[in-house]
Design a protein around this ligand. Sequence first.
Ligand SMILES: Cc1cc2nc3c(=O)[nH]c(=O)nc-3n(C[C@H](O)[C@H](O)[C@H](O)COP(=O)(O)O)c2cc1C
Length: 372
Amino acid sequence: MTTAPTSPAHASEAALRQMASVAAFEEAARAQLTPMAYAYYAGGAGAERTLSRNAEAWSRLSVWYRVMVDVSRRSTATTLLGQRIAAPLLVAPTALHRMACDDGELATVRACGAAGVPMVLSSLSTTRMEDVCAHATGPVLFQLYIGQDRPFVRDLAQRAESAGCAAIELTVDTPVWGLREREQRTGFRVPDGMGVVNLYREGYEGPTGHSGVGIAQALGWTIDASLSWRDLEWLCAQTRLPVLVKGICRADDARHALASGAAGIVVSNHGGRQLDGAPATAEALPHVVDAVAGRAPVIVDGGIRCGTDILRALALGAAAVQVGRPVLWGLAVAGEAGARRVLELLVEDLSRSMALGGCPDVASVTRDLLSP
Ligand SMILES: Cc1cc2nc3c(=O)[nH]c(=O)nc-3n(C[C@H](O)[C@H](O)[C@H](O)COP(=O)(O)O)c2cc1C
C-alpha cells in the first residue's frame, strides 16, 4: 500500500524566484516527491523516444529574429474561444494533482487564476470538477475520455456545462493505455486517501477501484477501445459546450475531427505517454495547421519548456500551447505558489522572447520567424 504525500515544503517567494527555469523546478520537485509519484509524472511510454523527441524538436527550430522593431510596448495577451487570456498558454490536463500537494487541483486552479491562463481539468482529477470551478477566477475547460458507460459520459459533459466550464477537451489518443515502464518498475498505484472523484457516482455497479499496478490496471476502466468519429458526433450532440479534440497528429484526422463537430484541435501525443514512436508535436503541428486552414484554433502540447518554445509554436500557427509536467513540478515544490511561479516564468520568458524576436504582439509572430 502506498500513502498520500505530505504537503510540499513551503519554499519562500525569494527561493521560488531563484528557480529560473522549468528544469530547476523539476529538480526540486524530484526531491519532494516519492519515487513512485515522480515516475508517474515524469515518465513516458516504452523507451520514451517520443517523450524526449517532443522537447528536442522545439529546440531544433532556430528563431530568425527581426531587429529594429519597436518592442518597448508588448503584449502576450490573446483571445481563445472568444475569451481574452493573458497569454497563449493553458495548463494541460494531468491526472492526480493531490499526489503533488495536498490542495491538488484547487492549488492549480488558483494559480491559473493568478496567472490569467485557463486550466484544463483532467477527468482523472483528485478534486471534483464542481469544487475546482467554484474556486476558479478564469476559464476552466474539462478534459473527457469517452468510457464505456455512455449515459455516464453524457452526465459528465452536462456536469461540466452546469459547473461553468468553457469547453470540453476530448482526448482521443487513448484507445488503450501506453505501456509505462517506469510505473511498472516503481509499482505505481493511486495512493490511499485519494481517487478519481469525478467518476464516482451513486448506484453505479461497475468498477471504481484503483487497485493494481500501473495506469492500465489502476484506471483502465475509464477508457474505451471501440471509439470512432461517430462517438465525437454523439458527444457534440450532448452538449452546448465547444468540444476540442486532443491527441491529433495527422492532417486527415484533423479534417475528420472538424467534420464531426470539433470546435478546435489539440495537437498532442499525450506527452509521449501513449504511442512511443509518434512524431514530436513540433513536427506534427504544421501539417495540422495547414489542414485546419484557419477554420478553428489549433493548440499544441508536449515538451514546451520555455518562452522561446511558445514563440516557436505560435510561429508554426498554433493559437496557444499547453504545459503539463512543468505545472506538476511547481505544485510539488510549493503548491499553488509554485504552480503560479512556473506559469509566470513561462509568460515572462515569452514576453522576453517576443522582444528579442522583434514581435510586439502575438499576431506578429508569423511563420517566417522560423523560415525567413
Ligand atoms: C502525469 C500526467 C498525467 C496526464 N493525465 C492526462 C489526462 O488525465 N488526460 C489527458 O488528456 N492527458 C493527460 N496527460 C497528457 C497532458 O495533457 C499533455 O498532453 C502532456 O502532459 C503535455 O506534455 P508536457 O508534459 O511535456 O507539457 C497527462 C500527462 C502527464 C505528464
